[in-house]
Ligand binder design. Structure first.
Ligand SMILES: *Cc1c(COP(=O)(O)O)cnc(C)c1O
Length: 493
């Protein structure tokens, strides 16, 4: 299996795609061909970890079997996930299922991939580098999940930057209390875009690269542009299908829909790859919040980032440039020149429009719509009332968009709504959605207790203990001091 940049640069093997993270021409590494597989063959695989080993084997052909097994076992068999199968599927009614991806150490779906990525990276790194330096700009969930994934992993150091006023209190506390000898965290006086562009600048600055190379480091990324993040996400789409089949909820060959709360388009793209591999998927439903640039694109073929940016109650989806869409464009067109042109247009003019036949092909597999904060709150309340099921604001966007989908299409294909975060991560917003704003002034950690008192839904251990944990990373820095912060940390430690 080889990987090619979406912008056409030379093909590489999996290890190189993983340790580089992004291709030298700025494109994203994408498999040259999608390996098909036979459901019959995997139906009897007895655990999530073993299914992951099988799927990884199809893509990571320059890894040995033992290397793959070691990565998967370290991630999925060491008690870091709170459910035996890593993910869990709940039946809400005859047609609707909730796929819970938040049973990992940080309670967001990103754990499923970020617990594996560090081990893939270690096995991919050329030996002439002493250490990998992972830089992350985060609007909340990625930072914490990456910190937990890389914590105390040999030959790695990780530095995370978050907007000091732009993440939820629970998210901030999760990061500032991070343990591990190789983890460093700083707040930025600025917004997420400042953090993100700061990191990008450092990544591409010759001076910064040379400076850290002299210290024995190389930069790499834990963002979802790395194929090593995408691969683990393919597994749960396949797993869900097999589970529904085993439970008798669907019959052999029956198509299903997935609804995916979408930001950077990484999660749903993994679903598309599962479909290309042969999983019978009818529609992948893109659920955006009011920053609906991706849902609009799916409907019209016009990707237009020239619009206002809104802060919402589903912050991990507050994004105007969804980087993984580039991979979809490549998979649909297989034309790197065309993809390059779209990306150039986006950079210079702020928009691009795909041709009618490209749009048609995308719409074969995708449908999209968005949910406002008010509709999202309403959805949290309705889902709790109807099913006794508590959802976080991101997942609630999914339920709301699914309702819109059903109204507009009358499709009653069985549907899996992907649950991307545990509701307690956003306890205050969830509580206020259930009780119409009655608790708007509550302390965020008290909201956790009140939500428990009102619903009896289990509180994750790591959130219960959060407010009493010592803050180990108090730094808040100016946005032009990011590289100084990095140097100070890697020199001293
Ligand atoms: C990251 C995240 C998303 C968006 O996922 P993408 O892969 O970026 O589309 C949705 N919900 C939650 C809770 C997240 O952390």
């Amino acid at each position: 299996m080889r990987y090619i940049s979406t912008r056409g640069n030379k093909e590489v093997q999996a290890k190189e795609a993983i340790y580089r993270g992004i291709a030298e021409d700025g494109g994203l590494y994408t498999p040259v061909s999608i390996p098909p597989f036979d459901i019959e063959k995997i139906k009897d695989i007895d655990s999530y970890a073993n299914l992951a080993k099988y799927i990884f084997g199809l893509y990571l052909t320059d890894f040995t079997k033992e290397e793959i097994a070691d990565c998967i076992d370290k991630a999925y068999s060491s008690g870091r996930f709170y459910t035996k199968d890593i993910v869990a599927i709940k039946k809400l009614d005859r047609n609707i299922f909730a796929l819970e991806l938040w049973h990992g150490p940080t309670y967001a779906f990103k754990d499923v991939a970020l617990q594996v990525l560090p081990h893939l990276l270690l096995k991919s790194m050329p030996s002439f580098y002493k250490q990998a330096l992972i830089l992350v700009a985060t609007s909340g969930d990625t930072g914490k999940a990456a910190l937990e994934g890389f914590k105390d992993v040999d030959r790695t150091k990780i530095v995370v930057f978050y907007p000091s006023e732009g993440v939820s209190d629970v998210q901030k506390r999760q990061m500032t209390t991070q343990e591990g000898r190789n983890t460093f965290v700083a707040g930025i006086k600025g917004n997420f875009d400042d953090a993100q562009s700061g990191v990008k600048e450092i990544f591409t600055s010759k001076k910064c690269i040379d400076t850290i190379e002299n210290l024995g480091f190389f930069f790499t990324s834990a963002n979802s542009i790395n194929f090593g993040r995408l691969l683990p996400q393919i597994v749960y789409y396949i797993w869900s299908y097999i589970e529904l089949l085993k439970a008798g909820d669907i019959s052999e060959g029956e198509k299903i829909n997935f609804v995916v709360p979408t930001g950077n388009f990484g999660n749903i793209l993994a679903g598309f790859i599962a479909k290309l591999m042969g999983i019978p998927i009818n529609k992948l439903i893109v659920a955006s919040n009011i920053n609906s640039v991706v849902a609009d694109f799916i409907r019209t073929g016009l990707y237009d980032r020239r619009r206002e940016f809104y802060k919402t109650i589903s912050p991990s989806m507050d994004i105007l440039v969804a980087s993984n869409l580039e991979r979809l464009l490549y998979l649909v067109t297989r034309d790197s020149e065309r993809v390059k042109k779209y990306m150039l247009d986006l950079k210079s003019d702020g928009y691009y429009k795909v041709e009618e036949e490209v749009l048609k092909e995308i719409q074969e597999s995708f449908w999209g719509d968005f949910s406002t904060d008010d509709h999202t709150r309403n959805s949290i309340k309705t889902i709790y009332r109807e099913y006794g099921y508590l959802v976080d604001p991101h997942s609630a966007v999914g339920f709301d968009v699914y309702t819109k989908y059903q109204k507009q299409t009358s499709d009653n294909t069985k549907t899996v709504v992907v649950q991307t975060a545990n509701p307690y991560k956003f306890a205050k917003d969830v509580l206020n959605a259930l009780f119409d704003g009655e608790y708007n002034n509550i302390d965020p950690f008290e909201a956790v207790e009140t939500l428990y008192a009102k619903t009896g839904t289990e509180v994750p251990e790591g959130i219960k203990s959060l407010h009493s944990k010592p803050v180990l990373h108090p730094d808040v820095i100016e946005k032009d001091k990011m590289f100084d912060f990095i140097l100070e940390k890697i020199r001293d430690n």
